[in-house]
Write a protein that binds this ligand. Structure first.
Ligand code: IFM
Length: 475
């Protein structure tokens, strides 16, 4: 059995985050203040969560197909159909155009391009993203392409997946294929989405695909994902002229559920917030984890990982409350949030000040322009008798979080864009289709799309922000 002690010396790397943000001064943003010039408004999705068509046109199997087929997702849901975006992408691009977004962050399904993860490419899969990218460009929407949003080809997992060092080379080859095919039209590339989430849940806690758990596999996977990131940055830089490259990290205060959980929160925070951004942007594992990772780090690795990038992608929803749990595979687990915090219907604390603090923290620590590439509200929306989805709580959430973002910008955070998660209701991983994050409601039996009230609210926000931007004149 593992405990916190297995993870190395205790060094307070995240002490600055342990002070609850509610104790800090609250200020209100000037509602008339304009957003920064050229601020980018967008929406995000991911391949497995929306595409469906998992057995069509030569796509290979991914670890999430396997996980779903094993009945490990709520309600025995699978990604087989999802939002049928593979066939309905044109309708979805039209919705984005109506919304008025300037950019769309999506991911490419590695097993659609390389059914075995390496070797022969699948022309039908490549052609799908040609169609999508061309439709976006025709609609005046900039494609932001993420290489990896968790759908590892099963064939590679059979060879050890991220726990093997070879994975970095497989990923670099896949990145080269993507760069060569789409680099004439796509300039914004992200290597990974939320590497700490898919490694912690997939190799640490064991409740996401591929369902492994234990500190050794976790650290191997984390280090190899870091190596893969560095290798892919080099490949993209070499193959795509004027590429603008980043990685997307979830980053949020990791606070102790009780005073006795302070060490657990520090350790959880080191894994959750720092294990990827620190080596990728600062060239070192956080001190709290350095000894634990030492067995996997070969000479030259940190230089291979820390490659120059152009921006920091930030996903943020709420703070984490951690508690020590010696029986958990990693010695820590999620603890209860304070009872006085309001929560979303899926029990995530609503805490906009923590978002403001995080933006300031990330901007100062990594000194890169920040793009918020996910923020949103998960609920259980249903259409009313008139067929409308009146999601006032989501609007309140988005208002509060965009207001907090504006305050962070006013206080000096270099934030350049904001993307709502998500355009559509979609496959919410282990929760299946029971949780809805979309600005657009998806009626799964008919695949009808119904823009929610929040869709109209976000369209208005973008319109007014861009009008103010236009009024400012050129910079
Ligand atoms: O749906 C996920 C997404 O895939 C990654 N970030 C968090 C979202 C909501 O849980």
């Amino acid at each position: 059995m593992t405990s916190i002690k297995d993870f190395g010396p205790e060094i307070a790397t995240l002490r600055h985050m342990a002070r609850p943000a509610q104790q800090r001064a609250k200020r209100t943003a000037d509602p008339k203040a304009a957003w920064p010039r050229d601020f980018i408004w967008g929406v995000s999705t991911s391949s497995f969560q929306i595409e469906g068509a998992t057995r069509e046109d030569g796509r290979g199997q991914s670890i999430w197909d396997t996980f779903g087929a094993a009945g490990r997702v709520a309600n025995h849901d699978t990604g087989d159909v999802a939002c049928d975006h593979y066939h309905r992408y044109a309708e979805d691009v039209a919705l984005m155009r109506e919304l008025g977004v300037q950019a769309y962050r999506f991911s490419v399904a590695w097993p659609r391009l390389l059914p075995q993860g390496r070797g022969s490419a699948n022309e039908a899969g490549l052609a799908f993203y040609d169609r999508l990218i061309d439709a976006l460009l025709a609609a005046g929407i900039e494609p932001w392409l993420c290489l990896y949003h968790w759908d590892l080809p099963q064939a590679l997992d059979d060879l050890g997946g991220w726990t093997t060092r070879d994975a970095a080379g497989w990923f670099a080859d896949y990145a080269a294929l993507v760069a060569c095919r789409y680099g004439d039209r796509v300039k914004r590339f992200a290597t990974f989405n939320e590497p700490s989430v898919f490694t912690l849940f997939g190799y640490g806690f064991g409740d996401s695909a591929p369902g492994a758990s234990g500190p050794v596999m976790l650290r191997q996977a984390m280090h190899h994902v870091n190596l893969a990131h560095g290798a892919a940055v080099d490949v993209l830089r070499a193959l795509v002229p004027k590429a603008s490259i980043g990685a997307i990290h979830n980053y949020q205060p990791c606070l102790p559920a009780t005073p006795a959980d302070a060490q657990a929160a520090e350790l959880f925070g080191a894994y959750w917030n720092s294990a990827f951004p620190d080596p990728q942007c600062l060239g070192a594992y956080p001190p709290r984890l350095a000894d634990a990772f030492a067995p996997y780090v070969q000479p030259g690795d940190l230089a291979r990982i820390c490659r120059p990038t152009d921006w920091f992608g930030l996903n943020h929803y709420s703070p984490i409350y951690a508690k020590a749990d010696p029986s958990a595979p990693l010695g820590f687990t999620f603890g209860p949030a304070p009872s006085d915090l309001t929560r979303t219907p899926i029990e995530w604390p609503i805490y906009p000040d923590a978002f403001r603090d995080t933006l300031l923290e990330v901007s100062a620590r990594y000194r890169l322009p920040v793009y918020v590439l996910e923020n949103g509200f998960g609920g259980h929306d249903t259409p009313d008798a008139a067929g409308k989805v009146a999601d006032a709580p989501r609007i309140d959430f988005l208002k509060a979080y965009t207001d907090a973002m504006r305050r962070a910008i006013a206080d000096g955070a270099d934030v350049r864009g904001y993307f709502v998660w998500s355009l559509l209701d979609n496959f919410e991983w282990g929760s299946g289709y029971g949780v809805r994050f979309g600005l657009v409601y998806v009626d799964y039996p008919t695949q009808m799309r119904i823009p929610k009230a929040s869709f109209r609210w976000y369209a208005d926000l973008i319109k007014s922000a861009r009008q103010k931007d236009g009024l400012k004149g050129t910079s």
